[in-house]
Every structure is written in structure tokens, then in C-alpha cells.
Design a protein around this ligand. Structure first.
Ligand code: ARG
Ligand code: ZN
Length: 849
């Protein structure tokens, strides 16, 4: 293989396809190292095309035979595809190729996982299966024949016929190649059914490896709830007779929405009380919903090109967030989403990898399945809904489905639907899609004679390739409280459109306390220096649950910053406010658990950077540990009572109420273990009848330097459960003392169950290393070196996962010269590796900047 200079693809170069396809017939003769793929494709010239060059993508294919209208031809073949001259008018193209699924460790295209064949085609994996115009704006109906001795043979759409050794499938809905899927294996199913709103029966299946049957029930319930919810809330009905989900052990991401045949990372679908945590259950419910919702937002209406990825992902994430909120409560969901957005998307937006929600160029599209495209993409939709209101949002969505069903659409199409449905001009709003970076909204206020003025101003920092930013439309939800805690101005949506604007509130009887950015109304950083007294007041009195929580969060961050910088003792306002909320039964436990949760060490590092300082990860670590100890001491008398109050009786259920109780109970357990030497945690470990309790107890023990016997027992107990063992690998690294983190991770890579070819296992160890902030940034540089070593080993096996995990280095410029030099060295060492993949090359080049 030669290393061609990677080519950059630009949005502005989009051109319609030269040829369209009416239908596709595929035959797969499956064999591990020599699978034959026969294709028969009806092409016709695209009347809207600008040129007539016939080009089909194809990578790593051995071409056996090509024919046009039945006549064998000899096309021109390169590393990237095939061209040949074609007749005028419609024609039939046929090809036979050979591929090697057993050797495909990239987990992209057709590959094997534990003896099972499966596919991942988004974004550009279909070209590793056969020659095809592998672009989302070419949509066709597919008929698929699979020949294999394996008992279960699946593809998209509805089954047509099958017998020993073969099966035929037909998908009546035109789709782009990235939604193609095939599965063949020795699988068992968990069946069920759903009756749609128009009374059609749909057969549902979750297909798993024998032995995993007992872990499907929850996923199936989540699927049925999702189908019902999409009918009730968006009026969307399912459109095939069958919906299949397959669990796969080796998978690069969470899951994939292939038409009628969703393929899932086993970790994103399999769950039982004994093996999955509450957080796993909630994530599974959300991912099942996400993939199911794609049937309308992604499949029926797809993307014209990959620059429009946020069209389907932002909208589908927004929909799954609404769903989870409806299922489990909106306040805590909003808090969880804001925590994740600030921790990961703001980080991306503030560093060398910042890019617009709709990027303008890429080298490898797989590198753009990012927090920005997905989560900020969802925030943009949330802002649109806030701005136009729920009623008009619904009108716009109805119009979107009516107008664009069957289309490969763009962000312009999406925005036009809102303009046409509501009359609102979205020209300025559209900048959210093109401008990278997190806006900062600065708030200053003044009060005199009954009038309160809020001076809001906005600015967005420069990002790579975008030195200058324009003002955005920013919806800021504001409420005002009087000194007694009464809401004197209910939640009001201010629309900030200028660089600076003043909003006035009249007829007040005294200076109010402002609650700004309620419900996290926009993905912005708020610069509003409220006193700790006001923040404590909001923590106690704000009627908006998000801002109530956020006030506590801001207090905690302030406390931590003072501890890091000046070794200052925590502010009593914080400790008292926290204790009050914690003991107040009128707040549900899930909310109280959110209030008790400290910002992460990475969050504190970011706060220091924002304050113009260089973060010292060890100093941050010590401040966090000290604060947790102080909290434990301060709350000592209440902890046993609170812990006991959070006991859940009866059979385990992952519902929101029980989850909330365990969440608060386990947060308290972690504090208690700082004082009782792990007594309670050991007891919980022994008594636990579910993974949530077992794992939390083990974590609490490891965090105080104990738990080695439990760790060994855990391994013995769970050595045959891959997903639980991922937790065992990860927990040791994330709970390790900073100076031991890299060694712990290194030792685990030598464990016989460490498997470089399994992304879950790789991420368990190295995702945990990244999350152990002080450990990863240990001044020795051991964390950096270890990660670089393993990224270099993984790259030839699995470029996508390598590129993804390389983002652990993206904050390198924040640190002191010594750490910077070590991280730069690690990155340069990766960059200098011969034959480095296009994926990883693009990432490390961008990170180095
Ligand atoms: N469309 C899938 C989802 O969001 C994810 C596919 C990710 N593909 C990739 N190449 N990273 O559900
Ligand atoms: Zn998605």
C-alpha cells in the first residue's frame, strides 16, 4: 500500500451525482477470508448532473468480473474506485468482487466478530463491500441474497424467502448505501411485536449470541416505548413488517440505524440487573430510542452529503433527549446533558479540534462524528424550539416530514421549513451551523427606582480557520426573584441578537436576584459574577431546577478554585446550602445526587484556564480530595440516615425513582467510606444483588486505596462476562491514585483478557486513563507515553478507534511547558509512525495545530 497525500474534501465542491440508481441486487457468498459479492445495479443518467463521469467507489476489493448490459468489460481501477465508459441512457452494471471479512479488523465494511458476519457502512464502509456510488444522495431499493451455512441470515427490509443455506431480503424503501446491513451468525432471538397507530403488526427481534438471551428484555421494552413515543409526539409510524436489532461485541461506536436492521455494540443493548448499572440501563434506553428515531430522521429523510451530518444526528439526539426526559424526568436529564456538553463539547470547541456543527471540510469523515455535530447540533434544535415555541416547532416538523420524505436534504432545507412554517427569518440564526467555538455571554446588571437592567453582550473566541466571529441569535431564559424568594418575573425568553443589548424590567419593588440561562437555554458560557451569597440564595430558592443545581455547581467550582489557588477553606455558604438541599426530602433523590456531585477535575482545570491560569492537575486532585473529605466530615451526622433512607426494597428495577435513590445512596457511600475506612462499602459489596450497588461499592473501596480482595473476587465472578469485565478493567484505572494510573493501565494491557481488537476493551482502559486527569497528566509523562505506544499499536488494526482516542491529547496547550513538551513529543511520535492511517494522521495533525 502506498501512502498518498490525504485529500481534503470541501462542502463548496458538492456536485450532484452523475448517475442515479433505480434498484440494486446483491448476492453474498459468505466465506471468512473469501466472500464473493455479486452486484447488479440499474443506473440511469442524472438529468441534474453537471458531468457524466461514471465513477464507483471501491476499496480493498479484488475485482473478479465486470459487465455492462451483460457484456464483460475491463474498467480502470485505482485504490479508490473504478471508472469505465458507459452507454447513453439507462444500463445495468454488474460486478463480482472478493473480500476478506476475517482480515477486516477496522470494523468498517463487512467484518467478522466472534464467528459472526456483520457490517458497518456509515459513513463510507459500503465501498469496502463492492463498487458503488457510496454517497448518501444516491438512494436505491435493495434486494439481497445471502448464501451461508450459518443459521441466521439477515439484511434490511422484509424477508422474501429462505431455506437451508440461503435467505433473500427485500427493502422497499430507497436508501443510501450507508444504511445497508448484513448479519450472518449463530444467533438466538428475543422476539416481541408492536401494533402501530394504524393497526399494522410489526415483528420485533433482538438477536444475540447464545447465552445472552437473558439480557434482552429491557432493550425490547425500550424499543416498544420508542415506537409508541414517536407516534404520539412526532406522529411517526414505523414502515416495515419487521424490525431487527443485533448485538455485536466488536463495534467502533454505540450503534447504527441501518434500515430495519439496527446493529448495536453489545454494550449499548444487553443488560441485566446483575451485569448492568443504572447508568447502562439509561444509556441503552436512549440509544435504542436514538437508532429507532433515525428511521424518520436519517433514513426516510437522509443527508445530501456528509457535511450535513448534523441534519440527522443533531435532530435525532434532540429527539432522544426529549424521549429520555419524558421517560425519566426533564430536570435531571437537562442537568446530565449540560454536564456532558460542558465537559466534552465545550472542550472540543475551545481547542485545536474546534469545528462548526456543519463543517466545511474534512479529510476523513469518521473524524467528524463528534460532540459538536451531535450534541451542539441537538442544542441548536433545542434553541430553535425555544425561539419558535412548541406549537410552531411541531408545525415545522410536520412540514419537514411532508416536504422532504424520501429526500437527501440539507441544513438549508431544514431551516427553510422553519421559516415557511413560522414566518421567522433565520438568516442570522443559521450562523450557529457555520461558526465554531462556544459563545461567551457576559451579564452585568443594575437596579434603580424599580427598574432592573440586564446588559448582555456576546463574543465567540477565534477557532482554527475562523479568526473573526459574528453575533449569534442567543435565547436566554431569565427569571427574577425577590429577596424573600418569590418569583417576581417568571421565566422570560430574551433574544440576544446584537453584540451587546440591554433588557429592562420595570415596576419592581426592590433589587431582584436574577436567574439567568434557565434550563440551560443556550449552549453558551455565562460570565455573570454573582456573589456567593446570591448563588447560595439561588441554590435555596430558584424555581428553575436547572439553575438551582447550577448555582450549587458554581459555588462548588468557586470553592475548588480558591482551594487550588490559595489553599482557602471552603465557603460556609456552599457547605450550608449543600447540606440543606441534601436533607430536604421535597427534592427527589436524583436531583439531590446531582447537587452533591462535584465538578470533575477536568472541569476545574477548565475553570482555571478560563481565569487565565495554568492548571496543575496534582493541585486540582488534592483540592478535590480535600473537599470531599471536608464534605464527609461536615455531613458526618446526616450520612448514615441519608444512606439508609436511600435503600431500595423489592426486586431491582432500573426505573427513574429507584435509579435516583441508588445514585444518591452511592454518592453518600463514597463520602462515608472516607471516614469509616470502607466498612459500609464492604458491606454493600457483599450484599449487592445488582451491578449498580456492586460496582459503586468497589469504586468507593478502590478510591480509598482498599478493595483488592473484592477486585479479585469480582474478576473470578465475572471473568466470562465481556461487558462486566470492561468495567473491571476501567474501574481500576479510573480509581487509581494519580501516580499509579499509568502503571495500572500498563499492567492491564498485559492481562490475557486485554484485546486490542475489541474497541470496548481498549476504551475501558484508555478512556479510564484519560478520565483520571491527574493520573494521565502525571509529571513523569508515563500516561502520555503509554497512550502513544498503544495508539501506535492500534492504528494499523483499527484507525477509527485510534483517531477517536487520540483526542485525549487535545488539551495539551493548556499545560505548563514541561507537560506541553511531553504531550507534543507523544503526538509527534504518533504522527511520525510510518503508514499511519488517514484517520489518525488528520487528528494528530489538527491537534498539533
Ligand atoms: N449513525 C450512527 C448513530 O449516530 C453512528 C455512526 C457512526 N459512524 C462512524 N463512522 N463513526 O447512531
Ligand atoms: Zn445517530
Amino acid at each position: 500500500m502506498k501512502d498518498a497525500a490525504p485529500q481534503t474534501i470541501y462542502l463548496r465542491d458538492y456536485a450532484p451525482p452523475a448517475f442515479l440508481i433505480d434498484d440494486v441486487q446483491l448476492t453474498f457468498k459468505l466465506a471468512p477470508s473469501a466472500t464473493r459479492v455479486l452486484s447488479r445495479i440499474h443506473f440511469r443518467p442524472n438529468p441534474d448532473a453537471k458531468d457524466s463521469v461514471f465513477f464507483l467507489h471501491g476499496e480493498n476489493l479484488t475485482l473478479i468480473r465486470t459487465a455492462i448490459n451483460g457484456n464483460t468489460i475491463t474498467p480502470e481501477v485505482t485504490d479508490e474506485g473504478l471508472t469505465c465508459t458507459v452507454p447513453d441512457g439507462p444500463f445495468v452494471f454488474e460486478a463480482e468482487v472478493e473480500i476478506d471479512p476475517a482480515a477486516n479488523t477496522s470494523l468498517d465494511g463487512l467484518y467478522m466478530s466472534n464467528g459472526m458476519y456483520c457490517t458497518q457502512c456509515e459513513a463510507e464502509g459500503f465501498r469496502k463491500i463492492t463498487y458503488y456510488p457510496d454517497r448518501p444522495d444516491v438512494m436505491a431499493t435493495f434486494k439481497v441474497r445471502i448464501e451461508s451455512e450459518l443459521p441466521v441470515l439477515l439484511s434490511n427490509g422484509n424477508p422474501v424467502a429462505q431455506d437451508d443455506g440461503w435467505a433473500e431480503w427485500s427493502d422497499p424503501w430507497p436508501k443510501p448505501a450507508y444504511l445497508f446491513a448484513l448479519v450472518a451468525g449463530d444467533l438466538v432471538n428475543h422476539p416481541d411485536s408492536f401494533t402501530t397507530m394504524s393497526g399494522r403488526d410489526v415483528a420485533l427481534n433482538i438477536w444475540v449470541r447464545p447465552g445472552d438471551e437473558g439480557k434482552c428484555a429491557f432493550g425490547m421494552e425500550a424499543l416498544k416505548k420508542s415506537m409508541k413515543w414517536d407516534e404520539e409526539v412526532y406522529g411517526r409510524e414505523y414502515d416495515l413488517d419487521l424490525f431487527n436489532i443485533v448485538a455485536v461485541d466488536d463495534f467502533n461506536m454505540g450503534a447504527m440505524e441501518n434500515k430495519g436492521l439496527n446493529i448495536f455494540n453489545a454494550a449499548a443493548v444487553l443488560a441485566s440487573p446483575e451485569t448492568a448499572t443504572d447508568a447502562n440501563f439509561e444509556r441503552i434506553e436512549a440509544i435504542i430510542a436514538h437508532e429507532y428515531f433515525h428511521n424518520w430522521t436519517g433514513n426516510r429523510i437522509t443527508c445530501r452529503d456528509w457535511f450535513q451530518l448534523c441534519l440527522k444526528e443533531g435532530l435525532t439526539v434532540f429527539r432522544d433527549q426529549q424521549f429520555t426526559g419524558d421517560m425519566r424526568g426533564h430536570a435531571v436529564k437537562r442537568i446530565d446533558d449540560a454536564i456532558a456538553l460542558r465537559a466534552h463539547q465545550f472542550r472540543e470547541d475551545a481547542g485545536p479540534l474546534a469545528h462548526p456543527v456543519r463543517p466545511e471540510s474534512f479529510v476523513e469523515i469518521n473524524n467528524f462524528y463528534t460532540m459538536t455535530v451531535y450534541e451542539k447540533g441537538a442544542e441548536i434544535i433545542g434553541m430553535l424550539r425555544r425561539l419558535v415555541g412548541a406549537g410552531d416547532y411541531k408545525k415545522a416538523l410536520d412540514l419537514y416530514f411532508a416536504r422532504h420524505d424520501g429526500d437527501a436534504a440539507t441544513i438549508e432545507d431544514w431551516l427553510a421549513v422553519f421559516t415557511d412554517a413560522t414566518g421567522r427569518d433565520l438568516t442570522q440564526f443559521a450562523r450557529w451551523y457555520s461558526q465554531a467555538g462556544t459563545p461567551k455571554v457576559t451579564v452585568r446588571d443594575e437596579y434603580s427606582n424599580g427598574t432592573y437592567r440586564l446588559h448582555l453582550s456576546q463574543s465567540t473566541p477565534p477557532t482554527p480557520g475562523q479568526p473573526h466571529k459574528e453575533p449569534l441569535v442567543i435565547p436566554i431564559a431569565v427569571g427574577l426573584l425577590d429577596e424573600g424568594g418569590t418569583e417576581v418575573v417568571k421565566t422570560t425568553l430574551l433574544e440576544l441578537t446584537e453584540a451587546a443589548e440591554t433588557f429592562t424590567f420595570d415596576d419592581l419593588s426592590g433589587k431582584p436576584i436574577a436567574s439567568i440561562q434557565r434550563d440551560f437555554s443556550a449552549p453558551v458560557i455565562l460570565d455573570y459574577p454573582q456573589s456567593n451569597k446570591d448563588l447560595a440564595f439561588l441554590l435555596a430558592h430558584d424555581t428553575d431546577p436547572f439553575n438551582k443545581w447550577d448555582a450549587g455547581r458554581r459555588l462548588a467550582q468557586d470553592v475548588l478554585l480558591r482551594m487550588v489557588r490559595d489553599d482557602a477553606a471552603p465557603d460556609a455558604a456552599y457547605l450550608d446550602g449543600l447540606a440543606t438541599v441534601l436533607r430536604d426530602d421535597s427534592y427527589d433523590p436524583a436531583f439531590r445526587a446531582c447537587v452533591l456531585l462535584l465538578p470533575s477535575e477536568e472541569d476545574t482545570a477548565t475553570a482555571l484556564v478560563d481565569a487565565g491560569q495554568t492548571p496543575d492537575p496534582m493541585a486540582i486532585y488534592h483540592a478535590h480530595e480535600a473537599l470531599k473529605l471536608l464534605l464527609a466530615q461536615q455531613l458526618q451526622d446526616s450520612l448514615p440516615r441519608l444512606y439508609a433512607d436511600m435503600t431500595v426494597t423489592g426486586a431491582y428495577s432500573p426505573d427513574a425513582v429507584a435509579t435516583g435513590k441508588r445514585s444518591l445512596g452511592n454518592a453518600i457511600l463514597s463520602l462515608m467510606s472516607k471516614l469509616d475506612g470502607g466498612k459500609q462499602a464492604s458491606a454493600q459489596y457483599t450484599d449487592a444483588d445488582n451491578m449498580t450497588q456492586q460496582l459503586a461499592a468497589l469504586a468507593a473501596l478502590l478510591k480509598i486505596g482498599k478493595g483488592q480482595p473484592e477486585l479479585a473476587a469480582f474478576e473470578t465472578q465475572w471473568q466470562n462476562d465481556r461487558l462486566v469485565m470492561d468495567k473491571w478493567f476501567g474501574l481500576q484505572v479510573s480509581c487509581a491514585a494519580p501516580r499509579l494510573a499509568a502503571t495500572t493501565a500498563a499492567n492491564l494491557t498485559a492481562h490475557p483478557a486485554f484485546d486490542l481488537k475489541n474497541p470496548n476493551r481498549f476504551r475501558a482502559v484508555f478512556g479510564a486513563l484519560k478520565s483520571n486527569t491527574a493520573g494521565f497528566h502525571d509529571p513523569s509523562g508515563a500516561g502520555y507515553d503509554l497512550l502513544a505506544d498503544w495508539l501506535i499499536k492500534l492504528d494499523p488494526i483499527n484507525p477509527q478507534t485510534t483517531a477517536r482516542v487520540s483526542t485525549s491529547f487535545d488539551t495539551w496547550k493548556r499545560y505548563d511547558p514541561d507537560r506541553q513538551a511531553k504531550m507534543r513529543g507523544a503526538l509527534q511520535r504518533i504522527a511520525a509512525t510510518p503508514h499511519l492511517s488517514r484517520d489518525t494522521t488528520e487528528m494528530v495533525t489538527r491537534i498539533l495545530g
